[in-house]
Design a protein around this ligand. Structure first.
Ligand SMILES: Cc1ncc(COP(=O)(O)O)c(C=O)c1O
Length: 330
């Protein structure tokens, strides 16, 4: 692997996958491991367990201020990517995407050989007018990835008024606290997906969930299999939810760092998009070249469409990125 070296130690600053830079709290992990019964590890465990389902319902109700959600309205997946794949396995007639968008949608669409159509966002920000039909499945991250911005409720409602299935991917929910859960009651065609990979520092453990009308949950459950999430991961998710203040404090730090980084980028003459996530995105000439130079210096970012997406890391990682960028841009 490339990268610069300080005292023979390669620098590897990972700002390319929007992971949580603070790691998963060791005390929670150890507590769950200690409490695990060896028989529980050995047995098949139907997912979701009642315990994780109840914990998720409480969390959803509390954060969306609704009371109609119960166990029939949710199911679990091995991360949000697995949720995306499960939904696509229902084989919609057409997948509708609004680029720039989450690049993995393309991966599954192509892998599953689904028919898809793209309608670019206006100015990379606003959902264009599109005629949606029954049999369509729209995928929209909110906040968006890679731009990081939030779509307005009115834009989402417009999609929901169509006969299409509308999947709102709230992978970064905990950085905006804006959710479409409130629309579920009146819109059977809405599906919401979430993940523990970001705010809950769970990326390597693979845990996500789907919130939708019971009829849609039944359809997803018909393709997901009973044991799609490990029992240990479900226990870990319950503990993370019960100790959520530990994670939410770190989100504040990430937000402060994001504001600081945005200012630093502006000082370099760049224009980061308004972000409500744990990353920033800006358009720049020669994005690929800049990415390669950063990577030679041991700093990893992503080029998506013609811009650079950089995750918010710890303060010293962000400083290293800004310093390197200054050097590259001269
Ligand atoms: C918009 C969006 N959806 C889904 C995911 C996938 O998350 P997970 O790690 O839960 O599969 C990501 C991860 O970066 C994402 O940005």
């Amino acid at each position: 692997m490339g990268g610069s070296k300080i005292m023979n130690k390669p620098i590897r600053i990972k700002l390319d996958e929007n992971e949580n830079p603070y790691g998963f709290p060791k005390e929670i992990f150890e507590k769950v491991a200690r409490e695990m019964d060896s028989d529980y590890i050995a047995r098949y465990t139907k997912a979701p367990t009642k315990e994780v389902s109840d914990a998720l319902i409480d969390y959803i109700k509390e954060t969306a201020r609704v009371n109609f959600i119960d166990g029939e309205w949710i199911t679990v997946s091995a991360g949000a990517d697995d949720a995306i794949k499960l939904l696509m396995e229902l084989r919609p007639e057409r997948v509708v995407l609004f680029p720039p968008t989450y690049f993995y949608y393309y991966y599954f669409v192509k892998g599953l050989k689904l028919n898809y159509e793209e309608f670019p966002l206006i100015d990379d920000l606003y959902i264009p007018e599109v005629e949606l039909k029954e049999g369509d499945m729209v995928f929209l991250p909110n906040p968006n990835n890679p731009t990081g911005h939030l779509f307005k409720d009115e834009e989402i409602l417009k999609l929901l008024e169509s006969p299409a299935t509308v999947v709102i991917d709230e992978a970064y929910f905990e950085f905006s606290w804006k959710t479409s859960v409130k629309f579920l009651k009146d819109h059977k065609n809405l599906v919401i997906i979430r993940t523990f990979s970001k705010a809950f520092a769970f990326a390597g453990q693979r845990f996500g969930y789907i919130i939708a009308h019971p009829e849609m949950i039944e359809k997803v459950n018909s393709v997901k299999g009973d044991y799609n999430v490990p029992s240990f991961v479900m226990k870990l998710a319950v503990k993370a939810l019960r100790n959520r203040s530990l994670f939410l404090g770190k989100i504040k730090e990430i937000e402060m760092e994001r504001l600081r980084m945005a200012e630093e980028l502006e000082n370099l003459g760049l224009k980061p998009f308004p972000s409500q996530t744990n990353f920033l995105y800006f358009k720049v000439k020669n994005a690929e070249e800049i990415k390669d130079k950063l990577s030679e210096m041991g700093i990893y970012v992503r080029v998506l469409w013609d811009g650079i997406r950089v995750s918010i890391g710890k303060k010293e990682e962000n400083d290293a990125f800004i310093e390197a960028l200054k050097e590259i841009l001269g």
